[in-house]
Design a protein around this ligand. Structure first.
Ligand SMILES: [Zn+2]
Length: 222
């Protein structure tokens, strides 16, 4: 399965000089946010495959103008050709924007997904706007990563974690791809194409049930 990921910055290469040949074998488009609704609609029209997205902190505009023909996977486990994709958009809270969350608020969203995660034995791809804490995030509040994303990675060991928000041109240390244990982390800034390959880790909800419930009990703010 070939995936096109996009985020944060409209690519001139795609937008102004669209080359159908280049994208003819793409199976799925994933947007990690902060992109104009028009751009996403353009992609789904030109590429003719499902386009799924989460919101960036600059996407409050989607409420008035949702990207036509595209599908939000916010707070959902979306399954595409057997690949389980978990969507959690938004950034760390720094003003009154709708797509901004405190660590506690993001954790509450994660906890609401736990039944689905148990039912489907985890997930294969985590899609967020903001990075996880310390894994390609920034030092200022708006770019701070979420700790509960680290917990998702550590517990479920998905094959991929795709995020945006921290632009690759912010500084030279930003990397497109990093490996975190079993998970390949992709910063989707502008665009990136990859062939999905499962990491062969099989999360077993029955085996892990005890550990997960114990970890939830450790949090007293839910
Ligand atoms: Zn952002």
């Amino acid at each position: 399965m070939k995936i096109l990921t996009v985020s944060d910055h409209e690519s001139k290469y795609i937008w102004d000089y669209f080359d159908r040949e280049r994208f003819k074998d793409i199976d799925l488009v994933i947007s990690c946010g902060d992109l104009k609704p028009k751009y996403l609609s353009f992609l789904v029209t030109m590429i003719h495959v499902p386009l799924i997205y989460v919101h960036g902190n600059h996407d409050d505009r989607y409420e008035r103008t949702p990207p036509e023909g595209c599908m939000s996977i916010e707070d959902q486990l979306y399954i595409h050709n057997g690949v389980r994709i978990l969507g959690l958009g938004g950034s760390y809270r720094y003003n009154d924007g709708k797509n901004q969350y405190t660590e506690d608020a993001m954790l509450r969203r994660v906890k609401k997904l736990r039944k689905q995660l148990r039912k489907h034995n985890g997930f294969d791809i985590l899609v967020t706007h903001s990075p996880a804490y310390g894994l390609g995030d920034g030092e200022d509040l708006p770019h701070r990563g979420f700790n509960c994303f680290n917990d998702l990675l550590d517990q479920y060991k998905p094959s991929y974690y795709i995020h945006g928000h921290q632009h690759l041109n912010y500084n030279r240390q930003q990397k497109r791809i990093t490996q975190h244990n079993e998970t390949t982390i992709v910063n989707a800034y502008e665009y990136y194409i990859f062939n999905y390959m499962h990491n062969r880790y099989a999360y077993d909800a029955k085996k892990n049930r005890k550990g997960y419930l114990a970890s939830l009990r450790g949090n007293d703010f839910y």
